[in-house]
Design a protein around this ligand. Structure first.
Ligand SMILES: [Zn+2]
Length: 82
């Protein structure tokens, strides 16, 4: 999250100006990723915007596996197989 040292305030990316500057003092805090990619002409994908190392964390995958096992067990229990 970009921080403006002059205003001593954190800014959400959506709250900043379109060019990545502070809405109060105008200091450039961050180069907007959307514009940088969009300047190439094509629409940016979510993967491009998120960056290279953006992927689901291991505990989320573990939770999904546990959910699938639990729902599978409940389904078998529902039909009286187990
Ligand atoms: Zn500022």
């Amino acid at each position: 999250m970009p921080f403006c040292e002059d205003c001593a305030k954190y800014w959400a990316p959506a709250a900043m100006a379109v060019d990545g500057s502070c809405p109060t003092c105008g200091r450039v805090l961050e180069q907007p990723k959307v514009q940088a990619v969009a300047r190439g002409g094509e629409r940016p994908s979510l993967r491009e915007l998120a960056g290279e190392d953006a992927k689901a964390p291991w505990h989320f995958k573990l939770l999904m596996v546990a959910l699938a096992v639990y729902l599978g067990w409940r389904l078998l229990d529902l039909f009286g197989i187990v």
